[in-house]
Write a protein that binds this ligand. Structure first.
Ligand code: DQA
Length: 153
């Protein structure tokens, strides 16, 4: 098998209310829809010899179950837990099971916002975080993952 050409698999998880992107507070989150963002994530991943599977849920338990699926066959997780960032021990615990790079993404700069958004249950579990770059943050995370995985087997 030629390991050089192995396609890496990334799981991209979007938390609650991110299905409303485009309509939801565009001054904060931008005008792109989640569908548009997901297609850019897939395109960028493809260019970097990776395959991105994208998933959105408004339900904490569904997000936990999706993270559990990453135990099998995924090389990295990119997650914007949205409001659950600030509340969810369950999502934190699920991420703690993973032994692959985890990138926490936020469209907005959560530190420029209300104090309750400054706390993240995911921050010290994640490998790295991107915040405040809007949808570009997801593409930066994809590129960072490609660099992290390069040369690994
Ligand atoms: C968010 C920031 C969270 O505080 C908020 O609840 C979201 C989106 C972001 O991407 O900036 O839903 O995660």
């Amino acid at each position: 098998m030629n390991t050089e050409s192995k396609i890496r698999k990334i799981l991209v998880i979007h938390g609650p209310n991110l299905n409303m992107l485009g309509r939801r507070e565009p001054s904060l989150y931008g005008s792109a829809t989640l569908e548009e963002i997901d297609s850019e994530i897939k395109e960028t991943s493809h260019k970097l010899a990776m395959a991105a599977h994208t998933f959105q849920s408004n339900y904490e338990g569904e997000i936990v179950e999706k993270i559990q699926e990453a135990l099998e066959g995924y090389d990295a997780v990119i997650i914007n837990p949205a409001a659950y960032t600030h509340t969810s021990v369950a999502i934190r615990d699920a991420l703690l099971m993973l032994d692959i790079p985890i990138i926490e993404v936020h469209l907005s700069n959560i530190y420029k916002r209300e104090p309750f958004r400054h706390r993240s249950f995911v921050a010290d579990v994640a490998t790295a975080r991107v915040a405040g770059f809007g949808k570009e943050g997801y593409l930066m995370a994809v590129e960072a993952v490609a660099n992290m995985l390069r040369g690994k087997d």
